[in-house]
Design a protein. Sequence first.
Lengths: 306, 345
Amino acid sequence: MTDQPISRRAWRLPSSDTVIGRAFNGLVTSPKALVAAVLCIALVLIATFGPWLAPQNPYDLAAIDFFDARLPPMSPSMTGSVYLLGTDGQGRDMLSAMIYGLRTSLVVGLLSGVVALLIGTALGLVAAYFGGRIDALIMRVVDLMLGLPAILVALMLLATLGQGMWKVVLALVLVQWAQFARAVRAAALIERGKEYIEAAVSLGLSKRRILFGHMLPNCMAPIIVVGTLQVASAISAEATLSFLGIGLPITEPSLGLLISNGYQTLLSGQYWISVYPGLLLLVLVFSINIVGDRLREVLNPRFVGR
Amino acid sequence: MTQPLIEARELSKRFTTRLDIAERVANLFGAGLEERTVHAVDGVSLAIRPGEVLGLVGESGCGKSTLGRVLAGIHPSSSGDVFWEGRNVAELSAAETRQAQLAAQMIFQDPMSSLNPRKTVAQAIGEAPLAHGMVRRGDVAAMVADLMERVGLDPSYARRYPHQFSGGQRQRIGIARALAVQPRFLICDESVSALDVSIQAQILNLFMDLRAELGLTYLFISHDLGVVKHISDRVAIMYLGRIVESADADEFFARPNHPYTQALLAEMPTVKQRRRVFQPVKGEIPSPLHPPSGCHFHPRCPYAFEHCRIERPALREIAPGHVSACHLNDAPPTARTTNALHETT
């Protein structure tokens, strides 16, 4: 026996005083959210290290063989390896194509989500804090953006601008920032009326500090929830655009483009070309949404300590 | 007479709802929408001497909280001036304005919404002095602990969040936060009305201890005459944006002059009059959107006569330090049975 008490747990949950700590604790304590979060992280890791994980570079013409086209899952290839999820019309390994497609979809979704979040949050906070004409101007533009069907706006933009990843990101930011602005303004208006904001004014704190130090942290719950929802919807919007053939060019394939490639042969028995990218898209969007819902529960201060 | 610490002269605060574009377009088609103005504070003159506790009493919606916020510098005034130690606040330099702003701090009514739920006690108390360079970063923890002890909180709770405290404790945090910028004037806006009676007494005692230790001046806003009687040196009554009577506390409770004051005092529950039937002041408080003409109180006043409907009565001194705004004071003494309402009930 030793004199020192032995800690039963080698690791500890992080302090619940910080937002990060609370988010982590919340995800760890809910099995559903934990599975979704692990899936998200796994998908992000697969996307990040895709080129080293994929059995084949599906866009290296030297690596693919046209005679391997439309092989069902688990077929052996000409070189002796196995196509786990089959091949598409050009003889590309579906698994590799999906890993590369996941990379593109995630980059487009996260990038447009984050940029829209920054723009929308800043505008929503400013509208709520200053009110009056600034508020009226920002919110009428928001109404205009929300009044138009998002996919139609993106379609028109891309029809004018042409294809390309950056143009898709730009189009998605344009149709998404208004969602953030509206959600943040609504949350910030509630906070603005609370007495702690008056106390901060009375204590002579600067506008910047009141906006970003007091109001913004109290608006985090809707920002996080809308953020995850919008990343998920950006990924599916991009898939829609690519499916329609005006999103990403064929040289930068995303999950939507892969689904589009196989849908003509879907009912003729060659389901794997469309269904597997579709399933991956479903899992990705679904797990992001579950994580977002759990974060909303735990980041709301009223739930803390229960 | 000593110079007032803070003084309001003909101070007004109006809230106007401006017509937006849609409403203006609707007006082009004859909707007839008008801008609406609420005179929350209507030409109030009030002086608070250093070290005194002024109790400001009125029904809800009479503008007493708005007056407190204008004096605290949270809202700008619409017209009229605020004088801080005899100097017009509007004419101070930027640095002096900040000093005056910090010297007047507010203690709020709702102990839940007056604290930022995302900040720990230490952050809430330490933020402002740190931001203004009143304390060095290394000394903040010691200062926070000192303030927490002063308001009766255990300094070991400094890293907790507001929701982990009870209502009374949260009110103490709010007081410590205000004290952190070394104010000289505290505006307590219904600061104890959200608390249990036993906790109310504790917080009131804390206010009085702080007054003795730090030489603070208070504007104590309340609708509770019992609390005000307990704590105040002087009392002012507000009705629909105007001060209608003000006097030293003893004089005020002994010889109320204004009919509204008399009605309020008659409704004050006391131990002596255990079985009496309460008769509330007749009628509702009128809408501040359409205040009555002349004396605002005339529709509810049992003594109102023709003149009350026409002219607004001025605040006139009726005894040393006792002012009241009532036309009955101008009439010959026989025309009025003094304190009639007070004695018959």
